[in-house]
Design a protein around this ligand. Structure first.
Ligand code: NDP
Length: 311
């Protein structure tokens, strides 16, 4: 009899193929009381995972997350109970960085406005579109200089960007460090947000940061919606206190406030930072590798920092 694997969300066909050879899959909705004996679980999506689920799974050892961010999982509580949470770092760095640059370019070059202009037929009767802003030679502030932040910086070098950054502790990178986020926002043309989500970063980008970025400034958020004070962001965009915003994530996604959707100075994406066939395949492979390695040898490849001591 294969061991049971608890599945939260919908695995890809490729994941199902590999997993069903080794486990009997049990959906969270079908877990009727008897979670005892289940040692492995995986999640796709952003369901809140905390003590209430761990209570139902007394033998759980590995909780494998499809994604690098795990702000909806109480990893400290998992570690306390001997549950190793794993995630999918690095394999998505390039994709998320590309998404950040795509949003920046779409904002600067008014991609959506100009595309709509052609489709509307107005070009033929009204002449050329208004000029836009060059992406080249900008000062870009990166909030979060980790795996993805560094990849964003690398990709921006093609555009001759001057990179500066803010994190809690200074990193060994060849960019100017700002200990204060408002000070950094005042000096940059574009602010890229790529920190983890969760309580520690909630509303880090507040009204003061947005106003320091200013009417000529652009905010790009590919981190988590909670990092930005969305009400303040909408106010600033409506009143011209902030110029533009490119957003992949939202505070209460998939709900996106009507006022935000009505604005012309935003580019909005449905949380697709890593969502290409190639990158999602690599993420799925790493989730399955973590589970199969643990099943076969009791080891995992990519535990989250909170669980490294017990992995
Ligand atoms: P890393 O852990 O490698 O980097 C995180 C960076 O954020 C570090 O430089 C860290 O530095 C900084 N940071 C953490 N907390 C704070 C804080 N309170 N204030 C300032 N800086 C902070 O993570 P990754 O680069 O791999 O991923 C970052 C995040 O990107 C993920 O957690 C996820 O939320 C998001 N993401 C979004 C995706 C999307 O689809 N839009 C896809 C993939 C990831 P320090 O600790 O010194 O502060």
């Amino acid at each position: 009899m294969p061991e049971r694997l608890l599945v939260v969300g919908q695995p890809t066909a490729r994941m199902l193929d590999r997993l069903s050879g080794a486990f009997e899959l049990v959906r969270l909705d079908d877990l009727n009381g008897s979670g005892a004996g289940i040692r492995h679980a995986c999640m796709l999506g952003h369901t809140r995972i905390d003590a209430s689920l761990f209570d139902r799974l007394p033998d759980l050892r590995v909780f494998a997350n499809y994604g690098v961010g795990y702000d909806t999982i109480d990893a400290a509580e998992a570690a306390r109970r001997g549950v190793i949470v794993t995630h999918t770092p690095d394999v998505l760095n390039a994709e998320v960085a590309t998404t950040a640059l795509m949003l920046m370019m779409a904002c600067y070059r008014e991609l959506l406005r100009d595309e709509a202009y052609v489709r509307s037929g107005r070009w033929e009767h009204e002449g050329g579109a208004p000029l836009t802003r060059s992406v080249d030679g900008q000062t870009v502030g990166i909030l979060g200089m980790g795996r993805i932040g560094q990849e964003i910086a690398r990709k921006l070098s093609v555009f001759d960007a001057e990179i500066v950054y803010h994190t809690r502790s200074e990193k060994d990178v060849p960019f100017r460090y700002f200990a204060d986020l408002v000070d950094m926002a005042r000096e940059v043309d574009c602010l890229m947000v790529i920190t983890p989500g969760g309580a520690a970063t909630r509303h880090l980008v507040n009204r003061a940061v947005l106003e320091a970025l200013g009417p000529g400034g652009t905010l790009i958020n590919v981190a988590r919606g909670t990092v930005v004070d969305e009400a303040a962001l909408i106010d600033c965009l409506e009143t011209g206190k902030l110029g533009w915003a490119g957003l992949d994530v939202f505070e209460a996604e998939p709900h996106v406030p009507e006022r935000l959707r009505a604005l012309g100075n935003v580019v909005l994406l449905p949380h697709v930072g890593s969502a290409t066939v190639q990158t999602r395949q690599a993420m799925g492979d790493l989730v399955v590798d973590n589970l199969l390695d643990h099943l076969a040898h009791g080891t995992v490849r990519t535990p989250v920092p909170e669980c490294r001591d017990i992995a």
